[in-house]
Ligand binder design. Structure first.
Ligand SMILES: C[S@@+](CC[C@H](N)C(=O)[O-])C[C@H]1O[C@@H](n2cnc3c(N)ncnc32)[C@H](O)[C@@H]1O
Length: 231
């Protein structure tokens, strides 16, 4: 049975054993992970006016930069971030009153985190592959989202080993001895952890959890996907 503590330990290892560095990298890759393709997908499937009085949730919000972006765009919105890695939480700073952060483990049933039928839009940007299983989260979302509320899921999806290794090694030769046993082990562990789901697996799980699929868009040459579903 997972607990907040065991999830934090798992995440620290998954994030490379150096939480501070992982948080720094997440901050640095913010623009890339919320790029034009993401913005266009959001605009296409989130039909909120900028002055909407609504509740938006960023699941696995990391250092909270997207919440700040949302606050700029939707100044009247109530904004909630959910995060459990201490080194990510440490990097969240200077939040306006509209943003609140909830420390919770999204592997667990957390129906009480938000009132039933209270959330207009929830986002999970590269969270789901870090969960032990996503069904508890999808069930929680069925509880939290308003009828007609939208869940946007962005994540890496299954790809052949050659494509994964080529991308991760950025041109480095597998025979290069700088790629020592420790780095090779890390590469193969992360191949499994980043390749958990085929696009169809995510769509099937969401459908089995009673979501209506609005859109499925492969991104990053098929190495990732953006999915929008509705309660
Ligand atoms: C790859 S990072 C992405 C962060 C942010 N969404 C972004 O796009 O920049 C995934 C985030 O989800 C958080 N996370 C992973 N598993 C979690 C869990 N079980 N409960 C809460 N947060 C979790 C991680 O700590 C990390 O901050």
């Amino acid at each position: 049975m997972p607990s907040l503590k065991s999830t934090q330990a798992y995440l620290e290892r998954h994030h490379g054993g150096d939480g501070e560095l992982a948080a720094k990298r997440t901050l640095e890759s913010h623009q890339r992970n919320h790029d034009e393709a993401f913005q266009a997908f959001w605009d296409q499937h989130i039909s909120l006016t900028n002055d909407a009085d609504c509740h938006l949730v960023d699941l696995g919000c990391g250092p909270g930069l997207f919440l700040q972006d949302l606050h700029q765009r939707y100044p009247n919105a109530q904004l909630s971030g959910v995060e459990c890695a201490p080194y990510m939480l440490d990097r969240i700073s200077d939040l306006p009153d509209a943003i609140s952060i909830h420390v919770a483990d999204l592997n667990l049933d957390s129906l009480d985190l938000f009132p039933a039928n209270s959330v207009d839009v929830a986002l999970a940007n590269r969270l789901v592959h870090e969960l032990h299983q996503p069904v508890s989260l999808f069930r929680n979302l069925q509880h939290w989202l308003k009828p007609g509320g939208v869940f946007v899921l962005v994540d890496m999806v299954r790809q052949p080993l050659k494509s994964y290794v080529t991308h991760e090694l950025k041109g480095m030769d597998l025979n290069d001895l700088k790629l020592n046993d420790a780095r090779l082990e890390d590469l193969f562990i992360h191949f499994l952890e980043h390749n958990r789901y085929h696009v169809d697996d995510l769509v099937d799980l969401l459908t089995l959890c009673n979501f209506k699929v609005l859109a499925v868009e492969p991104i990053r040459s098929g190495r990732a996907v953006q999915i929008a579903v509705q309660k």
